[in-house]
Design a protein. Sequence first.
Length: 185
Amino acid sequence: MEYLRIDLNDTARWDRVWKLYEESFPLAERRKKDDHLRAYADERFFPLSAWEGEELIGLIFFWEWDSYRYLEYLAVNPELRGQSFGSQMLKYLRDSEHTIILEIDPLSNELSVRRLQFYERAGYTLTPYRFMHLPYRLEAEPQELLILSYPNMITKEQHNDFVRFVNEEVIRYCEGYPFNQAPIS
């Protein structure tokens, strides 16, 4: 499997990756295309897609800073699910010295429980920390999420580093930023 950061001029591949992104995540959890393109220019953002030849396997979008990687999105082509591609993509993400942090929805249904089990089988640990994720779109509401980490459970200090990064850096690429904040004097 080959991991590529798609050149925006490669519209054939770019359009396929964007379609998978839109089909894999609820509207409230997705950036608008313009916001995503702005994030694309940030050197800490790694919007990668996985390919075998011309076949799109999936996407893995993550942020990297200091000693952390924040897995923001992971999706596998629906036609290829159940073939260990998601596990292989997580292994690719883990092959570094970084502490990996990701979030999942609260355990409110069978799908959310299966998602937790998938990450736990891959070596991730559910932490005691919760995170109120600010919305990517103006019409959405903040969402409380569960935090998982790899290779070990993160400390409260590491959790605070993560929250700070998301709320100060990742949020810049959400619709409406800076959210009508009062000017800093």
